[in-house]
Design a protein around this ligand. Structure first.
Ligand code: AMP
Length: 181
């Protein structure tokens, strides 16, 4: 499987990625998790990334792309389930070039949609350090401006499937698995 989970913060990408992994053997690659680890380890990358994450802004592409490149070239036959990457059109083009270079194709992009009010409610209830009201507002805005255009990008390439992110975790999982087939 070579797929991307797309959706606003709070849509349930991480939760669903974990559930998918119980059913399909595929490496789950979350740039948010990789960045949070780099911050916790106080690496040079983490130190640079932290200020952007704290503000709810995107970490500059040059920092994120290095992380993803390393993971995608390590075990190319294993496939991947990306969560939180790509986040803008430039990252999507980088991903495409990376896969083209390996003679591989992205098979599916699953867009999970959830109404804005529900996203805010979920994020406020989650309590991560970047889940405070100001940061949430900026992350949702960044999503609308930079990430949402990826739906059109992938629709044009005929790999996009849309899934309703409201309802039980199990129902959403079944919808996603169906869309991945
Ligand atoms: P997430 O866990 O996916 O919500 O990501 C948390 C934060 O990490 C985001 O608000 C961004 O600051 C940063 N981040 C994660 N993935 C990316 C990415 N692909 N590009 C830029 N910044 C990212």
């Amino acid at each position: 499987m070579r797929a991307v989970l797309l959706g606003p913060p709070g849509a349930g990408k991480g939760t669903q990625a974990a559930l998918i992994q119980e059913r399909v053997r595929v490496p789950h690659i979350s740039t948010g998790d990789l960045l949070r680890r780099a911050v916790a380890e106080k690496s040079a990358l983490g130190t640079q990334a932290q200020e952007f994450m704290d503000r709810g802004e995107l970490v500059p592409d040059r920092l994120v792309v290095g992380l993803i490149e390393e993971r995608l070239t390590k075990d190319r036959d294993a496939g991947f389930l990306l969560d939180g990457f790509p986040r803008n059109v430039a990252q999507a083009r980088t991903l495409q070039e990376l896969l083209d270079g390996q003679g591989l194709q992205l098979e599916r992009v699953i867009s999970i949609s959830v109404p804005r009010d529900e996203l805010v409610k979920r994020l406020l209830g989650r309590g991560r350090t970047d889940d405070n009201e100001t940061t949430i507002r900026s992350r949702l805005m960044v999503y609308e401006e930079e990430t949402a255009p990826l739906c059109a990008f992938y629709r044009e390439r005929s790999v996009l499937r849309e899934v309703n992110g409201m309802g039980s975790r199990e129902k959403i999982l079944e919808d996603i698995l169906e869309s991945l087939r």
